[in-house]
Design a protein around this ligand. Structure first.
Ligand code: RFL
Ligand code: PHB
Length: 390
């Protein structure tokens, strides 16, 4: 098989790239290791920045998001039992869109299918070859047969564990990492959210977050040990722990119900650079991970795809290569700022196992400063709604 752009991974990055290229008449083939149901079963992000919302509109798959997504003009931070509102709209003129990654992925899958796009699921042993040549190749197996896709360019959109980043030569790739000594235990329930906006909680027993997918579906998280055993967390135990960490009025009014999904995510900050080698470009979680505290992971994937799709379109339409040459640097400028923000939010909101009374004092001072200073809230809001893509 021959294509212009070979894409590994049918998560939000890979599907969005193939859709944006398709709208400009550029062919791609997407290779995905899992089934569509498996991809949709992963419950992840819930908050979209304005830049990503606009990209989904440009990709012509924003109809359902615009009809069903919830626009939030602010959120709350709670510490010492007191709730403080951060007014995003007042400080930035923008809000965020609450619409789940599962729905974004489904909308993109439907758009690719409607356009007859080549998305090959259950592609096993995807491997990258000849990245320094003009005709890099992807090989894979499906239903016991060997296949080859010859491409002009390859986009590695295969997440943190995929083969793309590992195909870069060791002497080229630099990796920067911080692993946090805790995880997030998340539950999804068909219950009314406890509040109209998200609540981020710093509690001495650990962080908690009240989020939502709609006005009838809630997503809650509590900080847990990084090696926690999910089987030990019954729904009742999760609700009890969540309610202890919430401010009293929220704990009393929260609607509880059976979980429809329950999972533990480790927390990590990670950056790989450069994001290009020869004809391979890395995008999304393949190149970087942020802890979910700042709600930046999916949004960063979208900004990478913004730069990558523009670079490929400029090449195919005008023969220009300068945007491809600056791709890695452009992305990394924005990525490091989101890494800083996510690390900072994680640091001020979580309980660290080795935290002493001095660390706790500094943490509370950070939160007190944030919630009492308008300029601090403006800087915080600017980062939360998302820095510009350009
Ligand atoms: P994805 O979504 O991981 O998609 C990568 C796709 O590549 C496929 N793949 C392969 N395909 C072919 N061959 C191989 N060998 C392959 N290996 C992997 C995978 O099956 C998958 O379909 O990366 P992408 O598209 O870059 O999107 C990034 C986002 O998914 C990610 O940044 C966010 O979900 C991060 N994240 C969160 N972000 C937030 O903003 N808020 C959150 O609450 C939040 N929760 C999370 C998260 C990430 C998690 N991970 C990665 C474990 C919770 C979890 C559990
Ligand atoms: C979510 O709804 O899953 C969510 C929201 C905000 C975050 C992280 C996760 O910061």
């Amino acid at each position: 098989m021959r294509t212009q752009v070979g894409i590994i991974g049918a998560g939000p990055s890979g599907l969005l790239l193939s859709q944006l290229l398709h709208l400009q008449g550029i062919e791609s083939v997407v290779l995905e290791r899992r089934t569509p149901d498996y991809v949709l079963g992963r419950i992840r992000a819930g908050v979209l920045e304005e830049g990503m919302v606009q990209m989904l509109r440009r990709a012509e798959c924003a109809g359902r998001m615009d009809a069903e997504g919830l626009i939030h003009d602010g959120f709350e931070i709670c510490f010492g039992e007191v709730r403080h509102r951060i007014d995003l709209k007042k400080h930035t003129g923008a809000g965020v869109m609450v619409y789940g990654q599962t729905e974004v992925t489904k909308d993109l899958m439907d758009a690719r299918a409607a356009a007859g796009g080549a998305v090959i699921y259950e592609a096993e042993n995807v491997a990258l070859h000849d990245l320094d040549s003009n005709t890099p190749k992807l090989t894979y197996q499906k239903d016991g047969a060997e296949h080859e896709v010859v491409c002009d360019y390859i986009a590695g959109c295969d997440g943190f564990h995929g083969p793309s980043r590992r195909a870069m030569p060791e002497n080229v790739l630099k990796e920067h990492e911080r692993v946090y000594p805790f995880g997030w235990l998340g539950i999804l329930t068909d219950t009314r959210p406890v509040a109209d906006e998200l609540i981020y909680v710093n509690h001495w027993r650990g962080f908690a977050l009240c989020s939502m997918r709609s006005m009838t579906r809630s997503r809650y998280y509590i900080q847990c040990a990084f090696d926690e055993n999910l089987d030990e967390w019954t729904d009742d135990r999760i609700w009890d722990e969540l309610r202890v960490r919430l401010p009293a009025d929220a704990a009393e009014s929260i609607e509880m119900g059976p979980s429809i999904e329950k999972s533990i995510a480790p927390l990590r900050s990670f950056v790989a650079e450069p994001m290009r080698h020869g004809r391979l470009f890395l995008a999304g979680d393949a190149a970087h991970i942020v802890p979910p505290t700042g709600a930046k992971g999916l949004n960063l994937a979208a900004s990478d795809i913004h730069f990558l799709s523009n670079a490929l379109i400029a090449f195919y339409q005008d023969g220009q290569t300068d945007l491809m040459d600056s791709y890695s640097e452009k992305c990394l400028d924005r990525i490091w700022k989101a890494e800083r923000f996510s690390w900072w939010m994680t640091t001020v909101l979580h309980r660290f196992p080795d935290q002493n009374s001095f660390d706790r004092g500094v943490q509370l001072a950070e939160l007190d400063y944030l919630t009492s200073s308008e300029p601090a809230q403006a800087a915080f809001a600017e980062n939360y709604v998302g820095l510009p893509f350009e």
